[in-house]
Design a protein around this ligand. Sequence first.
Ligand SMILES: [Zn+2]
Length: 246
Amino acid sequence: MVIRDKCPRCQSSQHKKNGHIHNGKQNHQCHNCGRQFVDCFAQNLISADTRALIEHLLVERISLRGICRAVGVKLKWLLGFLVHCFEALPDHLHGQPVAYHGDVMMQRLAVEADDMSSFVHKKANKQWIWIAMDAKTRQVIAFHVGDRSRKSAKRLWAKIPQACRQHATFYTDQYVVYAGVIPAAQHRAISKLARKTNHIERFNNTLRQRVSRLVREALSFSKKLAHHIGAIKLFICHYNLTRAAA
Ligand SMILES: [Zn+2]
C-alpha cells in the first residue's frame, strides 16, 4: 500500500478533496498544480521473473490476451511493457559481425494491407519493410519501414554497417530505385532472385505471422507507427538470435 500526503507531481501539501474515483476512493486535487490524485492505493508490482517470462512469451505464438491470462497481468500494463521492450532493443539487432566482403541480399517486403489497416486506417497506405540480409549468416543486418521510393532505399542503405557498405556485394531485384543508392560496382540486379532470396522469403513468412499478429491484437496500440516498427524490430532481434544459435 502506498500512502501519500503530498501532490505526486509538485510535492505541495496544499490539496482539497475532489469527489471520488470510479472505485469509490476519495479523490484529491492539488491547489498548486491542479493534479488529481488518490492518497492511498495498492501498488501493482510485476516481479522481475514475470517480466523475463513475458519477454520470452512475446516472441512465441501466444496472443497478448493469452499472456495476460497465463501470467496474470492486465492488457494495459502489457502494452506499456511492450513499448518499454521496444525502446530497449539494440540498434545492432543482435547480428553477428558481418563478413564485410560477403554477399548481402536486399529486398522490399510488402506488408498486407489487412495486417496494417489497424494502424494506417487506409488500405491504400501500404508500408514496405526494406530488409538487408547477410547471405551467409542469414541474419538481418538492417531494416527500414517506409514507402517504395528511392528515399526509403537510401534510408536502408544508411543503416547498413559502413564497412559492409564499402566492401560487400549487394543482390537486389531490378527495381529501379537501387541505382544511385548502391555503388554500381557492388550492385548485382538479378531478374529472378530465386535461390538467393529463398531465405528472405522464409523470413518474410515468419515475420508476417508473428508481427501481424502482434499488431492486429493490440488495435488502438498499434495505431502508432513507432510501435509497429518496434514490433518488427523485436521480431528481427529474436530472429537474429535464433540464427546465431542455429
Ligand atoms: Zn501539485
